[in-house]
Design a protein around this ligand. Structure first.
Ligand code: DGP
Length: 138
């Protein structure tokens, strides 16, 4: 079943489009987490990061950089988060890969923090985790 983003890409429903090329579209997120919150969306409907072809991901990231700089010039935020949710548990609600650009104006203007430590780890614990990822890459 097509997602809402496919309808936006096909211009069947309106969106506030800020950029478009053959492979990509960028439009304002309807729920503006902060002023200028924008989504960068490849036109092909890959469901999430796991499925994205690397070359297309490179193009989409290039568009994200272009649009991020435009947001910076337009609104002069203090900073910006680039975020992509994969899976319901991570907050994904539209299953068509996309990147959020969320300009940041104040420290706590969105509830997003990676600073909480899960637990105390030894060097061996870190190494064991790294080794599992390295093994899965090969
Ligand atoms: P995520 O939860 O990461 O899958 O992000 C999906 C985002 O899409 C969410 O922040 C709200 C936005 N969104 C959902 N429906 C629409 C829509 O119809 N138009 C626009 N512009 N954004 C939408």
């Amino acid at each position: 079943m097509p997602t809402i983003f496919e309808k936006i890409i096909a211009k069947e429903i309106p969106a506030h489009i800020v950029y478009e090329d053959d492979l990509t579209i960028a439009f304002l997120d309807v729920s503006q987490a902060t002023k200028g919150h924008t989504l960068i969306v490849p036109k092909s409907p890959y469901p999430n990061l796991y499925e994205m072809p690397e070359a297309l991901a490179g193009h989409v990231m290039g568009v994200a950089i272009k649009v991020a700089n435009a947001i910076k010039r337009a609104f002069e935020p203090e900073g910006l988060n680039l975020l992509s949710n994969t899976g319901t548990i991570a907050g994904q609600s539209v299953f068509h890969f996309h990147i959020h650009l969320i300009p940041r104006y104040e420290k706590n203007d969105i509830g997003l923090s990676f600073t909480e430590h899960q637990d105390e780890l030894s060097l061996e614990d870190y190494e064991e985790r790294a080794e599992r990822i390295r093994a899965a890459l090969s």
